[in-house]
Design a protein around this ligand. Structure first.
Ligand code: VGL
Ligand code: ZN
Length: 238
């Protein structure tokens, strides 16, 4: 009973009803309202084909997200926004290669190729992303010593970006997360949203994964346990 209630809380009313069949079948799909926000995570040049940390098929999310965004009054965009020589770059650690793991004061850290350096073309949003009405752009990972996959809380698991307070100030109760990459920044953002009291849903076909050593399956498992919902973009009414 508790487990079921937790799942419902995470997924949110209309979408949870899909599991039971009725309400969604009638409504066709969920129409986002004034307390719903779309969070578009890191759709940046470095993460799309040709970029330094390209997510396979990362560019395929762009038309899906452009269409989805039209259904949302509230849209937040995020940008991974690292200093040169950021601590999450393998190049900042002697003898380390990209995709190795190292220990940081705040825990284990995957080391990445240099990416999303502040002000560079690689850190710019993908040129075809067209969401003029997005109200907020949140930058993250700008502390040289601390990474931030999550758009809410840095990897020290203490420092907030301000997104939590902003969403609450706007009366937002449910967030729909999409973008790049499903198994890192989207997953951490969606789980932190639950931790901070939001309903949270990931739109799977509006996201793409890096999938490093099974990281995608692990991320879905963790998200499910945290009460994060999982839907396809067709479940959102245009
Ligand atoms: C990301 C690895 C490093 C992401 C950001 O956006 O998922 N992944 N920095
Ligand atoms: Zn990064």
């Amino acid at each position: 009973m508790m487990a079921r209630r937790r799942v419902l809380a995470g997924v949110g009313g209309a979408i949870a009803a899909a599991a039971g069949g009725k309400a969604l079948a009638q409504a066709g799909a969920t129409k986002p309202g004034a307390s719903d926000a779309l969070i578009v995570v890191d759709v940046q040049n470095c993460f799309t084909p040709g970029g330094s940390l390209a997510v396979p098929k990362g560019d395929e999310v762009v038309p899906v997200i452009n269409k989805l965004a039209k259904a949302f009054r509230w849209v937040v965009l995020t940008q991974d926004w690292h200093t040169p020589n950021h601590a999450s770059f393998a190049s900042s650690h002697a003898g380390k290669k990209p995709f190795e793991v190292t220990k940081m004061p705040y825990g284990n850290q995957v080391l990445w190729p240099d990416h999303c350096v502040q002000g560079t073309e690689g850190a710019a949003l993908h040129k075809d992303l067209a969401i003029a009405h997005a109200q907020l752009v949140i930058r993250k990972g700008y502390n040289p010593a601390v990474d931030s996959y999550s758009a809410f809380i840095e990897a020290d698991r203490k420092t907030k970006t301000g997104l939590d307070a902003w969403l609450k100030a706007k009366g937002i109760k449910r967030v729909f997360c999409c973008g790049l990459a499903t198994d890192f920044c989207v997953a951490w953002t969606a789980q932190d949203a639950r931790k901070l009291g939001f309903q949270s849903v990931v739109i799977e076909d509006a996201s793409r994964a890096i999938d490093l050593d099974g990281s995608l399956a692990k991320a879905w498992d963790a998200m499910t346990k945290a009460g994060v919902g999982r839907i396809q973009s067709a479940a959102i009414a245009a």
